[in-house]
Design a protein around this ligand. Structure first.
Ligand SMILES: Cc1cc2nc3c(=O)[nH]c(=O)nc-3n(C[C@H](O)[C@H](O)[C@H](O)COP(=O)(O)O)c2cc1C
Length: 366
């Protein structure tokens, strides 16, 4: 099979696929299982210094079917917080994972309150376990922002740059900053993260939404004691938005690595993320719905694609679609030029200036 290994920020990944921070990396046991099954890496569930401050509710997941009554899940909502397990337990487990699987990539997702002391402390304590990189969760859109954490920090470029700087001052391994999509221009905090010293940008975290309203009770879902809150939407439904934002990040931050995610269900989805500039691809909801075993199909599909298209390495595919994103004005100009070329027209002044719509229509139907 084509070699899928790739080196990003000096880290060698056996393949470009990581499980994204969330339930798939909720403890050391499942992390080791994912490595056993062939995942190139994993970003563990987000850790913080004080798990006592984290209280989850049940239910905390909601599903959006393809149509009423359908079992096909197109969108997923969660109001799950970061890990509620003690940091000391986590540190032992991370150490064990690295000892048993030194060739697989273990990324520690961390989040803290907005003080330098706390970010430096969690960085120093976690890196002693031998993790390969950090991912800073500056993007959880629900629950944590009530404590001025997660997306509350990630939507402020000055705070993003500062926090990344704090972590970089203590970290000996690469640092990725995970961006919130719940912002008009994702390139602003992304550039700030790079300015602060980030080696890479991860995108996207979940998109804030309301998965549905129960028509019998008129209560929003997922319903906890009759009430709910907007949560993070993930899965297939978010993929077009994720692809757009990953593309924007890749163009805005050419010197940073990019880890792309959002709605990856199969190898074709993953290839699209690589094509818009992601060096690695993360999967959360896809693995929750299909199982960790989906890694086999991801690898087989990517290897077959690279083979068929004549790419020697994963890195050669990264960003291959970026040159083809342009402005609307440029599209109009290109279409005019194509029409002129087709008609053998060389004199630009000979165009019917007010007739662009007609011209476009004829191109479409030609
Ligand atoms: C149930 C659930 C829990 C999540 N928990 C975290 C988390 O602790 N930290 C984090 O950075 N992202 C978390 N995420 C976000 C995912 O890592 C990912 O950014 C997002 O779901 C989009 O990818 P996907 O469509 O493949 O799920 C969570 C997602 C889900 C569905």
């Amino acid at each position: 099979m084509t070699d899928l290994s790739t080196t990003v920020d000096g880290i060698r990944f056996p393949n470009p696929f990581l499980l994204a921070s969330g339930p798939p990396g909720t403890n050391g046991k499942v992390i080791q299982r994912s490595f056993e099954l062939g995942w190139g890496g994993i970003v563990c569930k987000t850790l913080s210094l004080e798990n006592e401050k984290v209280t989850n509710v049940v239910p905390r997941y909601g599903k959006l079917g393809a149509h009423p009554g359908s079992k096909e899940v197109v969108g997923f909502q969660n109001i799950e917080l970061i890990s509620d397990r003690p940091l000391d337990v986590w540190l032992d487990e991370l150490r064990q994972c690295k000892e048993n699987y030194p060739d697989h990539v273990l990324v520690a997702s961390i989040m803290e309150e907005c003080t330098k002391d706390r970010w430096v402390e969690i960085t120093e304590r976690v890196q002693e376990t031998g993790v390969d990189a950090f991912e800073l969760n500056l993007s959880c859109p629900h629950g944590l922002p009530e404590r001025k954490m997660g997306a509350a920090m990630g939507q402020d470029p000055d705070i993003v740059a500062e926090v990344v700087g704090w972590v970089k001052s203590a970290s000996k391994v690469p640092v990725w900053a995970k961006m919130t999509p719940n912002i008009t221009d994702i390139t602003v905090p992304s550039r700030a993260a790079v300015k602060g010293g980030a080696d890479g940008i991860s995108a996207i975290n979940t998109i804030l939404g309301v998965i549905g309203i129960n028509l019998d009770t008129l209560r929003p879902m997922p319903t906890v004691e009759g009430y709910s809150e907007p949560g993070g939407i993930s899965g297939r439904a978010v993929r077009p938005i994720a692809l757009r934002q990953v593309m924007e990040v890749a163009r805005a931050c050419p010197d940073a690595s990019v880890s792309g995610m959002g709605g990856v269900m199969d190898s074709e989805d993953a290839i699209q993320f690589l094509a818009v500039g992601a060096d690695t691809v993360q999967v959360c909801t896809g693995a929750m719905l299909q199982g960790y075993e989906m890694i086999t199909k991801l690898c087989d599909g990517l290897a077959a694609y690279l083979d068929e298209k004549g790419y020697d390495r994963v890195a050669d595919l990264v960003g291959a679609s970026l040159p083809y994103f342009t402005t609307h004005a440029d599209l109009v100009e290109r279409q005019r030029a194509a029409k002129r070329a087709k008609a053998g027209e060389t004199n630009r002044d000979g165009m019917w200036k007010g007739d662009i719509a007609k011209e476009t229509d004829s191109l479409v139907t030609d």
